[in-house]
Ligand binder design. Structure first.
Ligand SMILES: Nc1nc2c(ncn2[C@@H]2O[C@H](COP(=O)(O)OP(=O)(O)O)[C@@H](O)[C@H]2O)c(=O)[nH]1
Ligand SMILES: [Mg+2]
Ligand SMILES: [Zn+2]
Length: 329
């Protein structure tokens, strides 16, 4: 490992990001190459200013370098880190690498205060409680749109199926979402039903879990993540504080998988999305032809949407979301 003049890198890096116009390309490339030689790591937890990273298989605390100037790292981010110089120092994150996927959420549909919940996750699993399907599905329809926008695979997990005597409603819902290309699972964290199948579909991937509080995310994690791995995840909780204000990733080493617990939210805003864009994030709607180009199927003259080809609940969800994104709801 070549010795690195870190102060010089930071100066150059700062020039790169803030004074690019005034510097020659040569210098910025030199800084680029020096940073490229630093260790790569992955963010596994963020709690206010504190960041936990996975570096060479080890979970350690880190800080954001001053040169990051307000750039935030989020769970899942690939970062470059400068090693600690002294035992009492923490490794410093000097760069957040480009993100391949992002799950973003806003507070409200008509406010564009989007923040990134998780970066570079492969999939998002939305957990819905079997005894509260209607509420859960409303939430899921929103998260599925955000997943489509951000490039994540969408997964539906109907949990607490042990509470049902009649499964027909759940089966219909699972079929409805399988038909639009989602991976679907029926689970019980209580009896263990469906957990092997769920585990298999998590293999080799980083999967974020989302859902109203009380649907059983923690219970599912406790069944899916082995004890030893959970201890690793706990490093990110900073000395036993169990309230994660942000997301937290936990490994399942046997499956080469990471599960990301996202904070419980009451609603999942889509404020960053233009109303005109919404239809293309309902896959079954995007696949239909209504006779017009560039139509959002909102009463345009000549729109002949074959409504029978889309599930009425999904069409209703589309119309509700469209109204909400326009501030009409
Ligand atoms: N019957 C039943 N109860 C469950 C199941 N999963 C979770 N619970 C219960 O539901 C409550 C909320 O679960 P929790 O995991 O804390 O939900 P979270 O808020 O999504 O993390 C707890 O009392 C759990 O014991 C399940 O599959 N079946
Ligand atoms: Mg929980
Ligand atoms: Zn149309």
């Amino acid at each position: 490992m070549p010795r690195i003049d870190v102060e010089a890198i930071e100066d150059e890096w700062e020039e790169d990001h803030h004074l690019l116009a005034r510097r020659s390309r040569e210098l910025s490339q030199a800084a680029r190459q020096t940073i490229d030689r630093l260790d790569a790591a992955r963010v596994v937890a963020v709690d206010r200013g504190r960041v936990t990273i996975l570096r060479e298989g080890e979970v350690v605390d880190a800080t954001l370098a001053g040169t990051m100037r307000g750039t935030k790292a989020v769970v899942g981010d690939h970062v470059r880190v400068r090693p600690a110089r002294h035992a009492s120092d923490l490794p410093r994150i000097v760069e957040v690498l480009p993100r391949t996927t992002v799950l973003t959420r806003s507070g409200d549909d008509d406010v564009d205060d989007e923040r990134i919940v998780v970066a570079n996750a492969d999939a998002i699993a939305v957990v819905v409680a079997a005894e509260n399907l209607t509420m859960g599905i409303r939430f899921l329809d929103r998260v599925f749109v955000a997943a489509s926008v951000g490039g994540l695979l969408a997964m539906m997990v109907v949990n607490k199926v042990d509470l049902l005597t009649d499964r027909s409603v759940v089966d219909e819902v699972l079929e409805r979402y399988a038909a639009i290309g989602a991976e679907v699972h029926a689970t019980s964290a209580l009896t263990g039903e469906g957990l092997d199948a769920l585990g298999r579909s998590l293999t080799g991937a980083w999967t974020a879990f989302s859902g109203h509080s009380g649907v059983g995310k923690t219970a599912l994690f406790n069944r899916l993540v082995p004890e030893a791995d959970r201890a690793v995840g706990a490093v990110g909780r900073y000395g036993g504080r169990h309230t994660t204000v942000s997301a937290l990733a936990m490994p399942i080493s046997a499956l080469d998988a990471w599960l990301i617990d996202t904070p419980g939210v009451r609603s999942f805003g889509l404020g960053g999305l233009a109303p005109r864009e919404l239809a293309r994030h309902f896959p079954e709607l995007a696949a239909l032809h209504c006779g017009l180009d560039d139509c959002i199927h909102d009463g345009e003259p000549g729109c002949r949407l074959p409504e029978a080809a889309i599930h009425p609940e999904r069409l209703a969800a589309y119309r509700r979301l469209l109204a909400s994104l326009r501030g009409e709801a």
